[in-house]
Design a protein around this ligand. Structure first.
Ligand code: UDP
Ligand code: MN
Length: 297
């Protein structure tokens, strides 16, 4: 992993919180080699970020897909927990993409928060549902979502919030360190290695392994990201190839070519089954139990 700030590099700076207190977490990297902050619990002041976002009267979008059985299984818990922890006190617009708009559960929303349900086609394979998110989000960003939101977070539905997930996460291009892989050596990371795939990274490439369950950014940043991934997936499809981890492989290639401006520590998308990680102080979002036989068969 990249080293912490050195004498030649200034301490990490975050647009929403100012200079990060990287000294508060000496045991973990808080800055990438290209100077982007990696935010860990204790390195930022959530109140400073909240006030800054309030002063700018920002609207923050959240996209989530609940297609097929993922709707009954995960959506309500996801939304109810988001009401408790996601961008509390800010203007929020949820975009729920589903093949069954009528089945979206009613969830009481706080002030200045609204939910839009957007119909999408079901796909035959779960991998296709996952990958279809890229062109769909791209189209939404070019339309109403892009007009009403300043920043957008794009999340998997099979998880739920357990702690404050506020404006400290905002940035032009925000990537999530994968809970399983953040300590692995680069050559072991599960990037696509088949050179015929647009997503391919060679053994010497890649900075971190990012989790596609959480990414975010400004509307402009995400238009670029989703266009890259949608086009790359289509090119692979035309060649009869599917990248190892689908949209996540293309996302990792995009972030190799276009460095994220901010990284979220694994605390922002944590898997409870991972044991013995004392550096994870305050999980914000937890993976729901993966009941693949129930939702994918
Ligand atoms: N998804 C969905 N229906 C499906 C497959 C996927 O709604 O049949 C959406 C859902 O938001 C899910 C995301 O796509 O969280 C990614 O799929 P999944 O979570 O199964 O992938 P994993 O996290 O296991 O890589
Ligand atoms: Mn998931």
């Amino acid at each position: 992993m990249d080293s912490c700030p050195t004498a030649t590099m200034p301490p990490p700076w975050d647009n929403f919180t100012g200079v990060l207190r990287h000294w508060a977490r000496p045991e973990v990297p808080t800055c990438t080699s290209w100077g982007a902050p990696i935010i860990w619990d204790g390195t930022f002041d959530p109140h400073v970020a909240e006030q800054k976002a309030r002063r700018q009267n920002l609207t923050i979008g959240l996209t989530v897909f609940a297609v097929g059985r993922y709707l009954e299984k995960y959506l309500e818990h996801f939304l109810v927990s988001a009401e408790q922890h996601f961008m509390v006190g800010q203007n929020v617009v949820y975009y729920v993409f589903t093949d069954r708009p009528e089945a979206v559960p009613y969830v009481a929303l706080g002030q200045a928060r609204l939910l839009r349900v957007k119909p999408v086609q079901p796909e035959r394979r779960w991998q296709d549902v996952s990958m279809a998110r890229m062109p769909t989000i791209h189209e939404a960003l070019g339309g109403q979502l892009g007009q009403e939101a300043d920043y957008v977070f794009c999340l998997d539905v099979d998880q739920y919030f357990t702690g404050n997930f506020g404006p400290e996460v905002l940035g032009d291009l925000v990537a999530q360190l994968h809970a399983w892989h953040y300590r692995w050596p680069r050559w072991l990371l599960p990037y696509e290695r088949n050179k015929r795939s647009v997503a391919a990274l060679s053994l010497g490439e890649g900075d971190f392994y990012y989790h596609a369950a959480v990414f975010g950014g400004s509307v402009a940043g995400l238009l670029k990201l989703t266009a890259h991934c949608a086009i790359s997936q289509q090119l692979d499809r035309e060649r009869g190839i599917e990248a190892r981890w689908h949209d996540e492989s293309h996302l990792n290639k995009f972030f190799w070519l276009n460095k994220p401006s901010k990284l979220l520590s694994p605390e922002f998308c944590w898997a409870e089954e991972i044991e013995g990680k004392t550096e994870v102080h305050h999980p914000r979002l937890l993976w729901a139990p993966k009941e693949y036989t129930l939702v994918r068969s």
